[in-house]
Each structure stands twice: as C-alpha cells, then as structure tokens.
Design a protein around this ligand. Structure first.
Ligand code: GLU
Length: 486
C-alpha cells in the first residue's frame, strides 16, 4: 500500500511572511491535499538571533487568511509533537549521540582560535574544517566531556565518493563528498542547526515529501547522508525555483515588496494573492489564470513546475485581483472593503452598497477606493468654466440650458434609480435635439462639482438621492447664471 503523503511547511519566525515562503507553503499544501495527505506546520525557531516576538502569530494569521489549513502543528498535535523546534532540544541531542555511535557525526572541541587558524580556503572565505577532532579516541572525548570542555557536534562527511539523489523538479543532483563540509549539527549552546533539525524532524514527523526553496537543493546530499547513516528512508524532494523582482534581484523584504500582509493592506484579496503566487513558477495544463483553491488542489502537478526563476509582476496580480473584485456582489464588496471605505472620504456618508456598485467595475484593488471616492467628499463651489468641453461642443450657455431642462423633468421621476434616470435623460436629449453627452456631462459636473467621478451622472444621482441631487442642481444653475451674468 502506498504510504500516506505527508508534507510540511517549516517557517522560521522572523516576523513577516514573505511571498516566496507563502508559495512554498501553498505548494506543500496543494500537493498534500491533492493526494489526500497531511499538511504539517512546524516552527523552525532554533536560530534565536533571528527570532521576532509575535512572529508565530503572523504565521497562523497568514495561513488562515490565505485559506491554507494545516492538519497538524503546534496548535494541533496529532502525536508527532512538539512542532516547535525549540521545544525539541533534547530530541536532537539524543539523535546526535546516536549518529555519533553510528559514525555519522563526532564531537568537536576546537576553539575559535584554532578554527580561525585554519584560514579561508573556500569560496565564502570560510575555512573548511579539517576533521581534527574525528581522530580523538573515545577516552579523550569522555575526558573532555567530563571536564566540561565546550563542544559542538559535527557531521562526518566522507572525503571521497559522490552523493546523489533525484529531485522531483531539478532531476538528478550529484555532489562530490569532498565539496561538502563537516557542518555543525549541534551548537555549543545545545541547539541544533537547521542542517540537523530538518532531518530529524522530517523523519520523526514522517514527512515523505520535502518541498522547499532551491537554496537547499545542493545541501540535500548532506541531509541524505544522515538519513542513510541512521538507516532511515529518504524522503522525496521538490525544490522550488526562486521568485525574482526583476532579472537581477530576488524579491525581498528589503525592497518592501514581498510581504503578504503588505499586499492585504494595499487592498488585494487574499484569494487573488494566493491564486497569483500559485502561478509564479507553476503553470496549469489548460493555462487557466483564475483558479480557486479547490481548482489549484485538483490541477497542481509537478510537471507544471518551472526550473527557471519567475518574476513577480505586481501589475499582473493587480489585474487578477480586479477579476476577483468584479465577481463580488455589492454586499460582499462592502464586507471585504469596509476598512478601506471607512478610511475614505465617504466614511459615514452614503449607502456603502451603492458606492460598491460604482466601484466594482472601476477598481482593481481596494487601495484605489480612497482616490476614486475623493470627489464625493463634499460638494463645494467649483469653477464654472469646467462645463466647457470642446470635443463634446459644450459651452457654458449650452450647459445651462441642459441643466434647466433637467431641472424641469427630474422632479417628476418617481423611481430614482440609475436605469430610470438614464432612460428619462436619454429621452430628454432627444427632445432637445442634443447629443446625450451634452446632457449627461453637464449634469454630472453640476451635481458633483468634480471633473472625474466614480460613476456617470445618473449613477451619482442615484447615490445622492433625489433631494440632494436637486439641491446641488439648483446651486450649479445659479453658479452658471452668475458666471454668464444673467
Ligand atoms: N526554516 C527554513 C526556512 O524558513 C525551512 C526550510 C525547509 O523547508 O526545509 O527557510
């Protein structure tokens, strides 16, 4: 029988959720769900220097908002816990000792000074450890331990041969053992490094598909050597190509362009962000662009994963977000965009659902709301020359006559809606023998006082209501009359 698929997302609590991390998380989730498997959340907090207070809440909040539900994690222990690495310290030490007994690791008591004396002989300018402590006898090691000499535990990597594996995305990977260093597995403070903790945890948590960023592609042979030394079955690996800001730069926090919550604050819908990032490095067979979480689960495939970096294109994400917004009902729009509406000039004014009806076809993100509704803030005196419109052949006298005609017919309109008003004003233009624009444009300006508005004349009229519309119309008629000195 095939083993149940188990994947994991293993973020480090560094304070924010990078779009690249979220994509890794999403793919691990999609792959598990597609195979009826489990998706595990594990917190990798062994690097205390990078730890940021409250960062774990950001992780929970992000997953929840993104619609990614973990089956197991610190808050849902299904028997593989603890799921937070700092709570597993004794487990790592126990396994590190086992690995020492198996010959896959050794105690190292070298001082900083000795390490520094080894000089820089690799690319990073860091010394390659010379396996000095590997030659210590059991007794020497015991003595030093008993005397309390500080130590680390290092991986014992063979000096010859090649380590190989097949990555599900990048294919066959092979690294000469001589190129790998005897990395530290347990630090002098007793904490494991990522190198060790990820192996122990993935094994103990029965993770059989490891899905993560490409930065681990070439260190995976080291991890495999540990699986082999322990006699554990290696997991399958799926490494993911990076997300770039442009051809040169990786997307990063530094440029403030990579944080999930920042995009929410800019007025993107979480489902649109998730949809967009799913397509960064993966393409569905049918080239669909708008995919729900269920469709992503159904269609996700390893063949669709790209080996080359993908470029994060915010304009494309904005366009996709606009498609999601267009499918919202006014009530849904208000529910999702309430904070943006409250923070805008229409706060407390007008019926939000009516505003929503105007905005749905006109915005791609909620972040555009404020600017769009700005003209609705207050109705105040404006320059009547704004009525002049060359292309529509509108002069101030023509505008005035259109407005006076509107003033005649509008009071008798009972059903004060965009549709009815539009029909009535179309008839009016015909009766007057003028172009419809020569009625609608002056009316829009007359009742808003603004050159650009988030809707046409009759939409604006419906929003303001009959009484307010007529009041503003009267104001504008007298403004024009004064300007024309009538
Ligand atoms: N904690 C690691 C990171 O945030 C996880 C790497 C992995 O998924 O194995 O990069």
């Amino acid at each position: 029988m095939e083993e149940k698929v188990r994947t994991r997302f293993a973020p480090s609590p560094t304070g924010f959720m990078h779009i690249g991390n979220l994509r890794t998380c999403l793919y691990a989730y999609l792959f598990a769900k597609q195979h009826g498997g489990d998706f595990v959340l594990r917190i990798e907090d062994t690097d205390r220097e990078r730890y940021v207070e409250g960062a774990i809440d950001v992780i929970y909040r992000t997953l929840k908002t993104a619609g990614i539900e973990h089956d197991e994690g610190p808050d849902k222990d299904k028997g593989y816990g603890p799921y937070v690495q700092s709570e597993r310290k004794s487990i790592y030490l126990e396994y590190a000792k086992k690995l020492i007994d198996l010959g896959g690791a050794y105690y190292c008591f070298c001082t900083k000074e000795r390490l520094a004396s080894l000089g820089g002989d690799n690319e990073a300018g860091v010394h390659k450890y010379d396996k000095h402590c590997l030659s210590l006898s059991k007794e020497e090691v015991q003595e030093k331990l008993a005397a309390g000499v500080p130590y680390v535990i290092r991986q014992n990597i063979p000096t010859e041969g090649v380590s190989e594996y097949d990555d599900m995305v990048f294919g066959h990977i092979s690294v000469p053992n001589a190129d790998m260093e005897d990395n530290i597995l347990i630090k002098s403070d007793g904490m494991p490094t990522y190198n060790f903790a990820n192996v122990v945890d993935d094994h103990l948590m029965k993770i059989n598909y490891v899905i993560r960023g490409i930065e681990y592609l070439s260190s995976t042979p080291k991890y495999n050597l540990m699986y082999d030394a322990f006699g554990w079955e290696r997991p399958h690996y799926m490494h993911l190509s990076p997300i770039m800001k442009d051809a040169q730069r990786k997307l990063s926090k530094r440029y403030g362009d990579a944080n999930f919550e920042d995009f929410l604050a800019k007025g993107y819908l979480p489902e649109a962000i998730v949809n967009y990032i799913a397509l960064l490095g993966w393409s569905p067979k049918n080239n669909d662009e708008k995919l729900s979480m269920q469709e992503l689960i159904d269609q996700f495939s390893v063949d669709g994963l790209s080996k080359s970096p993908s470029i994060f294109d915010e304009a494309k994400m904005r366009w996709l977000n606009g498609r999601y917004i267009k499918e919202l009902t006014p009530a849904q729009f208000v529910e999702k965009a309430r904070a943006f509406l409250d923070a805008s000039a229409v706060n407390g004014k007008y019926d939000y659902e009516k505003i929503a009806k105007l905005l749905i076809p006109r915005v791609e993100t909620f972040g555009e709301i404020a600017e769009k509704v700005e003209p609705l803030a207050e109705f105040k005196e404006y320059n009547p020359t704004m009525f002049e419109h060359k292309k529509m052949k509108i002069t101030m006298p023509l505008a005035l006559s259109s407005l006076l005609a509107c003033r005649e017919v509008l009071p008798s309109v009972e059903d004060w809606t965009d549709e009815t008003l539009k029909a009535r004003l179309n008839d009016l233009a015909a009766e007057l023998g003028v172009k419809t624009g020569q009625v609608f444009l002056p009316l829009r300006l007359a009742i808003t006082g603004a050159a650009t508005t988030p809707g046409g004349a009759t939409e604006m009229a419906e929003l303001f209501g009959k009484e307010e519309t007529l009041k503003r119309l009267d104001f504008s008629i007298s403004l024009l009359q004064k300007a024309l000195a009538l």
